[in-house]
Design a protein around this ligand. Structure first.
Ligand SMILES: [Mg+2]
Length: 234
């Protein structure tokens, strides 16, 4: 039924969003020392959204957006020392250890014996490649794609390069916006695995007509059994 199964990486195979949550907490504490307390979260979010077109996704974009927000919210009072600490925080995030979700390696190893697997992750090329390498999971994937965004056009280009009909493609991920919606719109299939922590950007409403093309499982441990039952039904 499926000729290729693709996985998202961040918050699907390993923890990611909690680093950003910690980063936002540290930012709030930093600004409190400048007596800035209000609407910080919303301002950071708006700054990140504006900056996607310049910097794309990932830690570098986040760090630059925090610096920009700090300058704006303190009306230029932020010290160079504190800007330095935001840059240091970015480097800490870029070099943080990879912490796999429970059952991630087992699920990927199990499925790699049955299907060709692909990893599709968006963000900074250098950082995403380093994480894939450090995760120890690279050996299970026939293809690894680091993309700047996960739009319908991105998936269409990947599938057309592989001469693969979307009807034979399944994407697994935590993000309705990036992993599920564009794939089912193309005529592919998707399994949503909600993460405890997900970036608000990754939320989306799925139009009713597309519901039959995607499924939800609670965690990676359930995925192989779920696909097995799907195959038996087919
Ligand atoms: Mg993700």
């Amino acid at each position: 039924m499926f000729r290729l199964i693709a996985f998202d990486a961040d918050d699907t195979l390993w923890h990611n969003e909690r680093l950003y949550t910690k980063g936002r907490d540290r930012f709030r504490r930093l600004l409190a020392s400048y007596d800035v307390h209000d609407a910080i979260e919303e301002y950071v979010h708006q700054t990140e959204m504006r900056n996607i077109r310049y910097y794309g996704f990932g830690v570098m974009s986040f760090a630059l957006s925090l610096i920009e927000a700090a300058i704006d919210l303190t009306h230029g009072r932020i010290s160079s020392g504190d800007i330095g600490s935001l840059l240091d925080m970015g480097k800490e995030m870029l070099t943080a250890d990879i912490d796999l979700f429970e059952g991630a390696e087992e699920a990927v190893a199990h499925l790699s014996a049955q299907y060709p697997l692909m990893l599709i992750t968006k963000g900074d090329l250098l950082h995403q490649q380093a994480k894939v390498e450090q995760s120890g999971l690279a050996k299970y994937f026939r293809h690894v794609e680091v993309v700047s965004d996960k739009s319908e056009a991105t998936y269409r280009a990947i599938l057309s390069r592989l001469h693969l009909d979307p009807a034979h493609f399944l994407m697994v991920g935590n993000s309705l916006r990036s992993d599920i919606l564009p794939v089912v719109r193309l005529g592919g299939w998707a399994v949503h695995i909600p993460a405890e922590l997900s970036w608000s950007y990754e939320e989306a409403e799925l139009p009713g007509g597309l519901h039959e093309r995607y499924f939800e499982v609670r965690n990676l441990g359930e995925l192989p059994g779920f696909l097995e039952s799907l195959r038996n039904q087919a």
